[in-house]
Design a binder for this molecule. Sequence first.
Ligand code: GLN
Length: 446
Amino acid sequence: RHFLERIQEFDQGLNAVVTLAEESALADAAAADACIAKGEAGPLTGIPILHKDIFCTRGIRTACGSRMLDNFISPYDATVVTRLKNAGVVMLGKTNMDEFAMGSSNETSFYGPVKNPWDRERVPGGSSGGSAAAVAARLAVAATGTDTGGSIRQPAALCGITGLKPTYGRVSRYGMIAFASSLDQAGPMTRSAEDAAWLLAAMAGFDERDSTSADRPVDDYVGQLGQDVKGLKVGVVREFFEDGLNPGMRAAMETAMAQLREMGAELVDVSLPNSHHSVAAYYVVAPAECSSNLSRFDGVRFGHRCENPRDLEDLYKRSRAEGFGSEVKRRIMIGAYALSAGYYDAYYLKAQQVRQVIADDFRKAFENVDVLLGPASPETAFRLGEKSDDPVSMYLSDIYTIAVNLAGLPALSMPAPLVDGLPTGLQLIGNYFEEGRILNLAHQLQ
Ligand code: GLN
Protein backbone atom coordinates (compact mmCIF):
# COMPACT_ATOMS: atom_id res chain seq x y z
CA ARG A 1 0.00 0.00 0.00
CA HIS A 2 2.86 2.35 0.81
CA PHE A 3 4.34 1.94 -2.66
CA LEU A 4 0.97 2.02 -4.44
CA GLU A 5 0.32 5.32 -2.69
CA ARG A 6 3.73 6.66 -3.62
CA ILE A 7 3.10 5.78 -7.26
CA GLN A 8 -0.26 7.53 -7.17
CA GLU A 9 1.26 10.58 -5.53
CA PHE A 10 4.48 11.00 -7.50
CA ASP A 11 4.18 9.24 -10.82
CA GLN A 12 2.10 11.93 -12.52
CA GLY A 13 5.20 14.07 -12.72
CA LEU A 14 7.42 11.23 -13.88
CA ASN A 15 5.30 9.00 -16.15
CA ALA A 16 7.43 6.01 -15.15
CA VAL A 17 4.55 3.60 -14.55
CA VAL A 18 2.20 2.75 -17.43
CA THR A 19 0.00 0.20 -15.70
CA LEU A 20 -0.79 0.03 -12.01
CA ALA A 21 -1.83 -3.49 -10.99
CA GLU A 22 -3.43 -2.53 -7.72
CA GLU A 23 -5.75 -5.49 -7.31
CA SER A 24 -3.21 -8.17 -8.12
CA ALA A 25 -0.54 -6.39 -6.05
CA LEU A 26 -2.76 -6.49 -2.97
CA ALA A 27 -3.51 -10.17 -3.65
CA ASP A 28 0.25 -10.87 -4.00
CA ALA A 29 0.84 -9.01 -0.74
CA ALA A 30 -1.85 -11.02 1.07
CA ALA A 31 -0.24 -14.23 -0.22
CA ALA A 32 3.13 -12.98 1.04
CA ASP A 33 1.60 -12.26 4.46
CA ALA A 34 0.23 -15.79 4.62
CA CYS A 35 3.62 -17.16 3.64
CA ILE A 36 5.34 -15.14 6.36
CA ALA A 37 2.75 -16.27 8.93
CA LYS A 38 3.50 -19.90 8.06
CA GLY A 39 7.21 -19.25 8.54
CA GLU A 40 7.89 -20.03 4.89
CA ALA A 41 9.13 -16.63 3.73
CA GLY A 42 12.13 -16.43 1.45
CA PRO A 43 14.40 -13.40 0.94
CA LEU A 44 12.09 -11.86 -1.68
CA THR A 45 8.74 -12.64 -0.09
CA GLY A 46 6.58 -9.52 -0.16
CA ILE A 47 9.16 -7.32 -1.90
CA PRO A 48 7.29 -4.81 -4.10
CA ILE A 49 8.71 -4.54 -7.62
CA LEU A 50 7.75 -3.21 -11.05
CA HIS A 51 8.25 -5.02 -14.35
CA LYS A 52 9.36 -3.32 -17.54
CA ASP A 53 6.39 -3.45 -19.91
CA ILE A 54 8.33 -5.71 -22.28
CA PHE A 55 7.69 -8.75 -20.06
CA CYS A 56 4.44 -10.57 -20.71
CA THR A 57 2.20 -10.58 -17.64
CA ARG A 58 -0.85 -12.80 -17.70
CA GLY A 59 -4.11 -10.85 -17.56
CA ILE A 60 -2.34 -7.50 -17.37
CA ARG A 61 -1.68 -5.35 -20.43
CA THR A 62 1.78 -5.73 -21.98
CA ALA A 63 2.18 -2.86 -24.46
CA CYS A 64 5.96 -2.61 -24.89
CA GLY A 65 5.69 1.17 -25.22
CA SER A 66 3.81 0.79 -28.50
CA ARG A 67 0.43 1.64 -29.93
CA MET A 68 0.78 -1.71 -31.70
CA LEU A 69 0.26 -3.55 -28.39
CA ASP A 70 -1.88 -0.97 -26.60
CA ASN A 71 -4.74 -3.51 -26.56
CA PHE A 72 -2.63 -6.61 -25.84
CA ILE A 73 -3.41 -8.65 -22.73
CA SER A 74 -0.95 -11.49 -22.54
CA PRO A 75 -2.35 -14.98 -21.93
CA TYR A 76 0.85 -16.07 -20.19
CA ASP A 77 3.69 -14.86 -17.95
CA ALA A 78 7.30 -14.41 -19.07
CA THR A 79 9.72 -16.76 -17.30
CA VAL A 80 11.26 -13.78 -15.47
CA VAL A 81 7.81 -12.87 -14.15
CA THR A 82 7.05 -16.46 -13.15
CA ARG A 83 10.34 -16.92 -11.35
CA LEU A 84 10.05 -13.72 -9.38
CA LYS A 85 6.42 -14.52 -8.58
CA ASN A 86 7.50 -17.94 -7.29
CA ALA A 87 10.11 -16.18 -5.15
CA GLY A 88 7.25 -14.25 -3.53
CA VAL A 89 7.58 -10.71 -4.93
CA VAL A 90 4.62 -8.36 -5.18
CA MET A 91 4.19 -6.93 -8.67
CA LEU A 92 2.96 -3.35 -8.40
CA GLY A 93 2.61 -2.77 -12.13
CA LYS A 94 4.48 -2.18 -15.38
CA THR A 95 6.99 0.51 -16.29
CA ASN A 96 7.15 2.84 -19.26
CA MET A 97 9.85 2.22 -21.87
CA ASP A 98 11.02 3.24 -25.32
CA GLU A 99 8.85 1.68 -28.02
CA PHE A 100 9.93 -1.95 -28.43
CA ALA A 101 13.02 -1.03 -26.37
CA MET A 102 14.43 1.14 -29.17
CA GLY A 103 15.93 4.27 -27.71
CA SER A 104 18.27 5.76 -25.14
CA SER A 105 16.04 8.45 -23.63
CA ASN A 106 12.60 6.94 -23.12
CA GLU A 107 11.15 9.53 -25.49
CA THR A 108 9.92 7.07 -28.15
CA SER A 109 7.18 5.56 -25.97
CA PHE A 110 3.59 5.74 -27.22
CA TYR A 111 2.75 6.66 -23.61
CA GLY A 112 4.92 9.77 -23.61
CA PRO A 113 8.38 10.46 -22.24
CA VAL A 114 9.55 9.52 -18.75
CA LYS A 115 11.10 12.32 -16.69
CA ASN A 116 14.28 11.93 -14.70
CA PRO A 117 13.44 12.28 -10.97
CA TRP A 118 16.71 14.16 -10.38
CA ASP A 119 15.61 16.89 -12.80
CA ARG A 120 12.29 16.58 -14.58
CA GLU A 121 13.52 18.59 -17.55
CA ARG A 122 15.91 15.75 -18.31
CA VAL A 123 15.60 12.24 -19.70
CA PRO A 124 16.01 9.16 -17.50
CA GLY A 125 17.88 7.31 -20.27
CA GLY A 126 16.43 4.35 -22.07
CA SER A 127 15.02 2.06 -23.01
CA SER A 128 14.36 0.88 -19.43
CA GLY A 129 13.88 4.52 -18.39
CA GLY A 130 10.61 3.90 -16.56
CA SER A 131 12.21 1.20 -14.41
CA ALA A 132 15.24 3.38 -13.63
CA ALA A 133 13.16 6.46 -12.77
CA ALA A 134 10.77 4.39 -10.62
CA VAL A 135 13.56 2.84 -8.56
CA ALA A 136 15.36 6.20 -8.23
CA ALA A 137 12.11 7.84 -7.05
CA ARG A 138 11.45 4.96 -4.65
CA LEU A 139 8.20 4.00 -6.35
CA ALA A 140 9.27 0.37 -5.92
CA VAL A 141 12.08 -1.46 -4.17
CA ALA A 142 13.39 -2.75 -7.49
CA ALA A 143 12.41 -3.21 -11.11
CA THR A 144 13.24 -5.42 -14.05
CA GLY A 145 14.81 -4.14 -17.24
CA THR A 146 16.21 -5.41 -20.51
CA ASP A 147 19.47 -4.53 -22.20
CA THR A 148 20.03 -5.04 -25.91
CA GLY A 149 22.63 -2.31 -26.33
CA GLY A 150 22.74 -0.60 -22.95
CA SER A 151 19.12 -0.23 -21.93
CA ILE A 152 19.67 -1.35 -18.33
CA ARG A 153 23.06 0.24 -17.70
CA GLN A 154 22.60 3.65 -19.36
CA PRO A 155 19.32 4.55 -17.62
CA ALA A 156 20.72 3.15 -14.34
CA ALA A 157 23.66 5.54 -14.78
CA LEU A 158 21.47 8.54 -15.61
CA CYS A 159 19.16 7.90 -12.64
CA GLY A 160 21.82 7.00 -10.08
CA ILE A 161 20.87 3.38 -9.44
CA THR A 162 22.46 -0.04 -10.00
CA GLY A 163 21.58 -2.00 -13.13
CA LEU A 164 22.98 -5.34 -14.21
CA LYS A 165 22.95 -6.92 -17.66
CA PRO A 166 23.78 -10.60 -17.17
CA THR A 167 25.72 -12.82 -19.56
CA TYR A 168 23.70 -13.55 -22.70
CA GLY A 169 21.70 -16.70 -21.96
CA ARG A 170 21.87 -16.40 -18.15
CA VAL A 171 18.26 -15.20 -17.87
CA SER A 172 15.46 -16.67 -19.97
CA ARG A 173 14.01 -14.54 -22.77
CA TYR A 174 10.77 -16.53 -22.86
CA GLY A 175 7.87 -14.10 -22.79
CA MET A 176 10.13 -11.08 -23.16
CA ILE A 177 9.05 -9.28 -26.34
CA ALA A 178 11.93 -9.72 -28.78
CA PHE A 179 13.85 -6.76 -30.20
CA ALA A 180 17.21 -8.24 -31.30
CA SER A 181 17.23 -11.85 -30.12
CA SER A 182 20.99 -12.40 -30.20
CA LEU A 183 21.54 -9.38 -27.92
CA ASP A 184 18.48 -9.06 -25.66
CA GLN A 185 19.02 -9.92 -22.02
CA ALA A 186 16.94 -9.22 -18.89
CA GLY A 187 18.34 -8.03 -15.59
CA PRO A 188 17.64 -6.32 -12.28
CA MET A 189 17.52 -2.55 -11.64
CA THR A 190 17.97 -1.81 -7.96
CA ARG A 191 19.22 0.59 -5.31
CA SER A 192 22.26 -1.51 -4.48
CA ALA A 193 24.44 -4.33 -5.79
CA GLU A 194 23.21 -6.48 -2.94
CA ASP A 195 19.59 -6.07 -4.05
CA ALA A 196 20.68 -6.87 -7.61
CA ALA A 197 22.33 -10.08 -6.38
CA TRP A 198 19.14 -11.20 -4.65
CA LEU A 199 17.02 -10.46 -7.69
CA LEU A 200 19.38 -12.05 -10.17
CA ALA A 201 19.53 -15.20 -8.05
CA ALA A 202 15.76 -15.52 -8.51
CA MET A 203 15.69 -14.54 -12.21
CA ALA A 204 18.61 -16.55 -13.56
CA GLY A 205 18.71 -20.16 -14.67
CA PHE A 206 18.10 -22.57 -17.50
CA ASP A 207 14.72 -22.51 -19.20
CA GLU A 208 13.82 -25.16 -21.73
CA ARG A 209 11.43 -22.68 -23.36
CA ASP A 210 14.35 -20.46 -24.45
CA SER A 211 16.72 -22.35 -26.73
CA THR A 212 19.47 -19.79 -26.09
CA SER A 213 19.25 -20.06 -22.31
CA ALA A 214 22.42 -21.40 -20.68
CA ASP A 215 22.19 -24.87 -19.16
CA ARG A 216 24.53 -24.36 -16.25
CA PRO A 217 24.01 -23.92 -12.52
CA VAL A 218 23.35 -20.46 -11.10
CA ASP A 219 26.12 -19.14 -8.85
CA ASP A 220 25.52 -18.01 -5.29
CA TYR A 221 25.62 -14.29 -6.06
CA VAL A 222 24.69 -13.21 -2.55
CA GLY A 223 27.21 -15.58 -0.98
CA GLN A 224 29.97 -13.97 -3.05
CA LEU A 225 29.30 -10.50 -1.65
CA GLY A 226 32.02 -9.53 0.79
CA GLN A 227 34.77 -11.62 -0.81
CA ASP A 228 38.16 -9.96 -0.61
CA VAL A 229 38.98 -7.84 -3.68
CA LYS A 230 42.62 -7.34 -2.73
CA GLY A 231 44.86 -8.14 -5.67
CA LEU A 232 41.93 -8.16 -8.11
CA LYS A 233 43.12 -6.99 -11.51
CA VAL A 234 40.87 -4.30 -12.90
CA GLY A 235 41.44 -3.28 -16.53
CA VAL A 236 40.77 0.37 -17.32
CA VAL A 237 39.52 0.44 -20.91
CA ARG A 238 41.69 3.03 -22.64
CA GLU A 239 39.25 3.67 -25.51
CA PHE A 240 36.49 4.56 -23.03
CA PHE A 241 38.54 7.48 -21.71
CA GLU A 242 39.34 9.12 -25.04
CA ASP A 243 37.76 12.37 -26.36
CA GLY A 244 33.98 12.31 -26.26
CA LEU A 245 33.99 11.61 -22.52
CA ASN A 246 32.71 14.63 -20.66
CA PRO A 247 35.44 16.01 -18.31
CA GLY A 248 33.20 15.87 -15.24
CA MET A 249 32.50 12.22 -16.01
CA ARG A 250 36.21 11.55 -16.29
CA ALA A 251 36.79 13.04 -12.84
CA ALA A 252 33.94 10.93 -11.41
CA MET A 253 35.54 7.80 -12.87
CA GLU A 254 38.91 8.75 -11.42
CA THR A 255 37.41 9.07 -7.95
CA ALA A 256 36.01 5.55 -8.24
CA MET A 257 39.36 4.29 -9.50
CA ALA A 258 41.18 5.81 -6.53
CA GLN A 259 38.73 4.06 -4.23
CA LEU A 260 39.48 0.76 -5.95
CA ARG A 261 43.21 1.25 -5.46
CA GLU A 262 42.61 1.93 -1.78
CA MET A 263 40.75 -1.34 -1.54
CA GLY A 264 43.82 -3.13 -2.83
CA ALA A 265 42.74 -3.71 -6.42
CA GLU A 266 45.38 -3.42 -9.10
CA LEU A 267 44.46 -1.07 -11.95
CA VAL A 268 45.84 -2.02 -15.36
CA ASP A 269 45.66 -0.18 -18.67
CA VAL A 270 43.74 -2.28 -21.23
CA SER A 271 42.92 -1.69 -24.87
CA LEU A 272 39.85 -2.86 -26.78
CA PRO A 273 41.13 -1.65 -30.15
CA ASN A 274 37.97 -2.46 -32.12
CA SER A 275 35.45 -1.11 -29.63
CA HIS A 276 34.94 2.05 -31.70
CA HIS A 277 33.29 -0.14 -34.37
CA SER A 278 30.66 -1.38 -31.95
CA VAL A 279 27.97 1.26 -32.53
CA ALA A 280 28.24 0.81 -36.31
CA ALA A 281 28.08 -2.99 -36.07
CA TYR A 282 25.20 -2.84 -33.60
CA TYR A 283 23.14 -0.55 -35.82
CA VAL A 284 23.24 -3.18 -38.55
CA VAL A 285 22.77 -6.32 -36.41
CA ALA A 286 20.05 -4.94 -34.10
CA PRO A 287 17.85 -3.43 -36.84
CA ALA A 288 18.30 -6.59 -38.97
CA GLU A 289 17.01 -8.75 -36.14
CA CYS A 290 14.26 -6.29 -35.28
CA SER A 291 12.99 -6.18 -38.87
CA SER A 292 12.58 -9.93 -38.66
CA ASN A 293 11.15 -10.07 -35.12
CA LEU A 294 8.65 -7.29 -35.70
CA SER A 295 7.24 -8.91 -38.83
CA ARG A 296 4.90 -10.84 -36.51
CA PHE A 297 2.90 -7.67 -35.91
CA ASP A 298 0.74 -7.97 -38.99
CA GLY A 299 -2.64 -6.84 -37.67
CA VAL A 300 -3.95 -10.40 -37.91
CA ARG A 301 -3.03 -12.41 -34.85
CA PHE A 302 -2.67 -9.81 -32.13
CA GLY A 303 -2.03 -6.14 -31.62
CA HIS A 304 -3.33 -3.15 -33.51
CA ARG A 305 -5.54 -3.69 -36.54
CA CYS A 306 -6.59 -0.86 -38.85
CA GLU A 307 -10.28 -0.09 -39.47
CA ASN A 308 -12.00 -1.52 -42.56
CA PRO A 309 -9.06 -2.95 -44.50
CA ARG A 310 -9.73 -3.20 -48.25
CA ASP A 311 -7.65 -6.33 -48.68
CA LEU A 312 -4.82 -8.22 -46.98
CA GLU A 313 -2.10 -5.91 -48.20
CA ASP A 314 -4.01 -2.86 -47.03
CA LEU A 315 -4.47 -4.57 -43.64
CA TYR A 316 -0.72 -5.13 -43.27
CA LYS A 317 0.24 -1.70 -44.50
CA ARG A 318 -2.16 0.39 -42.50
CA SER A 319 -1.98 -1.70 -39.30
CA ARG A 320 1.80 -1.37 -39.27
CA ALA A 321 1.80 2.27 -40.41
CA GLU A 322 -0.59 3.19 -37.59
CA GLY A 323 0.79 0.85 -34.93
CA PHE A 324 4.50 1.63 -35.08
CA GLY A 325 6.19 4.92 -34.21
CA SER A 326 8.89 6.55 -36.32
CA GLU A 327 11.98 5.12 -34.55
CA VAL A 328 10.63 1.59 -34.94
CA LYS A 329 9.89 2.22 -38.62
CA ARG A 330 13.39 3.59 -39.13
CA ARG A 331 14.90 0.42 -37.63
CA ILE A 332 12.68 -1.90 -39.68
CA MET A 333 13.69 -0.09 -42.88
CA ILE A 334 17.41 -0.15 -42.03
CA GLY A 335 17.20 -3.82 -41.09
CA ALA A 336 15.25 -4.91 -44.15
CA TYR A 337 17.71 -3.00 -46.34
CA ALA A 338 20.78 -4.55 -44.67
CA LEU A 339 19.34 -8.05 -45.06
CA SER A 340 18.23 -7.68 -48.66
CA ALA A 341 19.89 -9.64 -51.46
CA GLY A 342 22.92 -7.76 -52.73
CA TYR A 343 23.51 -5.90 -49.46
CA TYR A 344 23.60 -8.87 -47.08
CA ASP A 345 27.34 -9.52 -47.55
CA ALA A 346 28.29 -5.86 -47.47
CA TYR A 347 26.36 -4.98 -44.31
CA TYR A 348 24.95 -7.86 -42.30
CA LEU A 349 27.77 -10.34 -42.82
CA LYS A 350 30.36 -7.61 -42.33
CA ALA A 351 28.72 -6.52 -39.09
CA GLN A 352 28.76 -10.11 -37.82
CA GLN A 353 32.48 -10.32 -38.61
CA VAL A 354 33.13 -7.07 -36.76
CA ARG A 355 31.12 -8.45 -33.86
CA GLN A 356 33.47 -11.42 -33.67
CA VAL A 357 36.52 -9.17 -33.71
CA ILE A 358 35.05 -7.13 -30.84
CA ALA A 359 34.37 -10.30 -28.83
CA ASP A 360 37.98 -11.39 -29.46
CA ASP A 361 39.26 -8.09 -28.04
CA PHE A 362 37.42 -8.85 -24.81
CA ARG A 363 38.67 -12.45 -24.76
CA LYS A 364 42.26 -11.20 -25.00
CA ALA A 365 41.69 -8.55 -22.34
CA PHE A 366 40.33 -11.13 -19.90
CA GLU A 367 43.50 -13.18 -20.28
CA ASN A 368 45.20 -10.47 -18.18
CA VAL A 369 42.52 -8.94 -15.98
CA ASP A 370 39.57 -10.08 -13.84
CA VAL A 371 37.22 -7.17 -14.46
CA LEU A 372 37.05 -4.24 -16.90
CA LEU A 373 36.09 -0.73 -15.94
CA GLY A 374 34.80 2.35 -17.72
CA PRO A 375 31.94 4.84 -17.67
CA ALA A 376 28.45 3.56 -18.49
CA SER A 377 27.49 6.67 -20.43
CA PRO A 378 29.47 9.51 -22.03
CA GLU A 379 27.52 12.22 -20.20
CA THR A 380 24.97 12.83 -17.48
CA ALA A 381 21.23 12.99 -18.25
CA PHE A 382 20.57 15.27 -21.22
CA ARG A 383 17.54 17.51 -21.66
CA LEU A 384 14.25 16.17 -22.98
CA GLY A 385 14.11 16.77 -26.72
CA GLU A 386 17.82 17.54 -26.98
CA LYS A 387 18.63 14.58 -29.22
CA SER A 388 15.19 13.70 -30.58
CA ASP A 389 15.90 15.07 -34.05
CA ASP A 390 19.34 13.54 -34.33
CA PRO A 391 19.22 9.74 -34.28
CA VAL A 392 23.00 9.36 -34.61
CA SER A 393 23.77 11.50 -31.57
CA MET A 394 21.13 9.47 -29.69
CA TYR A 395 22.77 6.22 -30.82
CA LEU A 396 26.11 7.45 -29.45
CA SER A 397 24.63 7.48 -25.94
CA ASP A 398 25.41 3.77 -25.88
CA ILE A 399 28.98 4.06 -27.06
CA TYR A 400 30.32 2.42 -23.85
CA THR A 401 27.64 -0.21 -23.42
CA ILE A 402 27.08 -1.75 -26.85
CA ALA A 403 30.36 -3.67 -27.27
CA VAL A 404 29.43 -5.70 -24.18
CA ASN A 405 26.16 -6.83 -25.78
CA LEU A 406 27.89 -7.75 -29.04
CA ALA A 407 30.25 -9.96 -27.01
CA GLY A 408 27.48 -11.31 -24.73
CA LEU A 409 29.34 -10.42 -21.52
CA PRO A 410 27.86 -9.45 -18.14
CA ALA A 411 28.20 -5.81 -17.02
CA LEU A 412 26.68 -3.46 -14.50
CA SER A 413 26.40 0.23 -13.91
CA MET A 414 26.62 1.48 -10.35
CA PRO A 415 26.34 5.00 -8.93
CA ALA A 416 29.56 7.05 -9.21
CA PRO A 417 30.06 10.60 -7.86
CA LEU A 418 27.56 13.25 -9.01
CA VAL A 419 28.58 15.72 -11.70
CA ASP A 420 26.81 19.11 -11.54
CA GLY A 421 24.27 17.55 -9.20
CA LEU A 422 23.43 14.73 -11.61
CA PRO A 423 24.17 11.01 -11.29
CA THR A 424 26.89 9.22 -13.23
CA GLY A 425 27.45 5.50 -13.68
CA LEU A 426 30.57 3.42 -13.28
CA GLN A 427 30.51 0.37 -15.51
CA LEU A 428 32.08 -2.92 -14.41
CA ILE A 429 32.34 -5.63 -17.07
CA GLY A 430 32.95 -9.27 -16.13
CA ASN A 431 34.01 -12.34 -18.01
CA TYR A 432 31.26 -14.78 -19.11
CA PHE A 433 29.07 -15.88 -16.17
CA GLU A 434 31.07 -13.86 -13.67
CA GLU A 435 28.10 -11.79 -12.50
CA GLY A 436 29.05 -12.66 -8.90
CA ARG A 437 32.45 -11.07 -9.24
CA ILE A 438 31.21 -7.71 -10.57
CA LEU A 439 28.36 -7.64 -8.06
CA ASN A 440 30.83 -8.21 -5.23
CA LEU A 441 33.11 -5.45 -6.47
CA ALA A 442 30.16 -3.04 -6.84
CA HIS A 443 28.91 -4.01 -3.38
CA GLN A 444 32.24 -3.12 -1.82
CA LEU A 445 32.65 0.09 -3.79
CA GLN A 446 29.21 1.38 -2.81
N1 GLN B 1 19.75 2.52 -27.22
C1 GLN B 1 19.96 1.29 -27.92
C2 GLN B 1 18.94 1.18 -29.03
O1 GLN B 1 18.22 2.09 -29.20
C3 GLN B 1 19.84 0.14 -26.98
C4 GLN B 1 18.46 -0.21 -26.64
C5 GLN B 1 18.35 -1.39 -25.75
O2 GLN B 1 19.34 -1.81 -25.12
N2 GLN B 1 17.17 -1.98 -25.72
O3 GLN B 1 18.86 0.22 -29.73
